[in-house]
Design a protein around this ligand. Structure first.
Ligand code: HSE
Length: 384
């Protein structure tokens, strides 16, 4: 099967390299920006790929919704299988792509869009055929996990940890999506769609680590906590799903605390299978390229889809989710939450543990406090 690659950045270079050695696969042209066609295999016009009858499949690793979506539709309509690592694309247009690919009789796979090298979506898509999925989630962003691990293990500050994650090729071109939890949110959106056939587009909540300071990390460590950015997805009533991302303080002995560097821990729970967790590199050239290659080789043995045929866009309902939270906030805002315990007082800054608060209220209140120029950090506390 001859594969054209759209994009020649961190992941594109890895995909092209791996195609050279992959059995049953052949590297076709690679789409680059105009002016960058400095080698014979590089082209800058999408027509040279979708109009090439020798190309059987297109692997898109450019990122962003446009022009990736237009290129994807052109490839699918030209009868080419479509594989992507682009979670922004699948989160925005996955239902449309799923429909178009099924109509055209081609495959549409996107393992690399969630978990990097970790085969969470692949396994989930197989599990739903014979099991009822009760929940999905876990650590789904390599950049922030790397940063949290570095800040904790070396005392690095936030900016240095982010710079290093960027240098290692883990972060998105614009790392805002990583540090605000949006990247992990897109991944949990995909997992929800695979698990329950609902791609939630509204009512989603994401809190990242962009408010975190080195002093916060020091305080967690003194209390025996480790901070991780965790995504959660669950079915909700009336065909909705619960889907949100937020920092969580786990105990030093909990499984997530052992997930270091750029690793992810993706998990799901099946009614019959019980809880399953997969740990591996969630970002980086070769881990992500390996997931693209797995999908391409899967097409050769008939794998066609990850979303169910009747997958629809839907709404998230997070009203049933609630936790106790660790909150760092100005003393003057202390009555914004029901405080169970004041953990520390430093000048006009408080660190508190709240009573159980709904996820919706926590995210909304923090947003309102920040709008009024208050510095707030919060993380759910894993109790018990
Ligand atoms: N920026 C993403 C991450 C890349 O850090 O997880 C892999 O999806």
């Amino acid at each position: 099967m001859k594969v054209a690659v759209l994009g020649y950045g961190t992941v594109g270079v890895g995909v092209y390299e791996m195609l050279q050695a992959a059995e049953g696969l052949e590297a076709g042209p690679v789409l680059v920006r105009p002016g960058k066609e400095n080698e014979a295999f590089k082209v800058s016009r999408i027509e040279d790929i979708v109009g090439d009858p020798t190309v059987d499949a297109v692997a898109e690793v450019m990122g962003g919704v446009e022009p990736a979506f237009s290129y994807a539709m052109a490839a699918i309509r030209a009868g080419k299988h479509f594989v992507t690592s682009n979670k922004a694309l699948v989160a925005a247009k996955g239902v449309e792509l799923n429909r178009a690919a099924r109509e055209a009789g081609v495959s549409f796979l996107f393992s690399a869009a969630c978990g990097g090298g970790v085969p969470i979506l692949h396994n989930l898509a197989r599990a739903v055929r014979t099991d009822e999925i009760l929940s999905v989630g876990g650590i789904l962003n390599g950049t922030t996990n790397f940063m949290l691990d570095q800040m904790q293990s070396t005392g690095k500050d936030y900016a240095d940890a982010l710079r290093e994650a960027q240098e290692l090729g883990y972060a998105e071109a614009d790392p805002t999506a990583d540090v605000t939890g949006l990247d992990a949110l897109r991944k949990i959106m995909l997992a929800c769609a695979v698990a329950w056939g609902v791609l939630p587009k509204e009512g989603l909540l994401n809190e990242g680590i962009d408010s975190l300071s080195a002093a916060d990390v020091k305080d967690f460590m003194a209390r025996g906590f480790v901070c991780r950015l965790v995504a959660s997805g669950q079915p909700a009533p009336e065909g909705k799903v619960s889907a949100y991302v937020e920092p969580v303080l786990v105990r030093a002995g909990d499984a997530e605390s052992a997930v270091l560097k750029n690793y992810n821990m993706a998990r799901y729970e099946g009614r019959n299978a019980g809880p399953i967790a997969m740990i591996g590199q969630g970002a980086g050239r070769y881990p992500t390229a390996s997931a693209v290659l797995r999908d391409l080789s899967g097409i050769c043995v008939g794998e066609a889809a990850m979303f169910p045929a009747d997958c629809v866009e839907g709404v998230a309902d997070n009203s049933a989710a609630a936790h106790a939270y660790y909150v760092r906030l100005p003393e003057a805002c202390a009555d914004a939450f029901p405080v169970r315990e004041v953990l520390a007082e430093d000048g006009e800054t408080l660190r508190v543990l709240t009573e159980t608060v709904s996820v919706q209220k926590m995210h909304e209140t923090a947003r309102a406090l920040r709008k009024a120029n208050n510095a707030v950090f919060f993380a759910a506390v894993r109790e018990g």
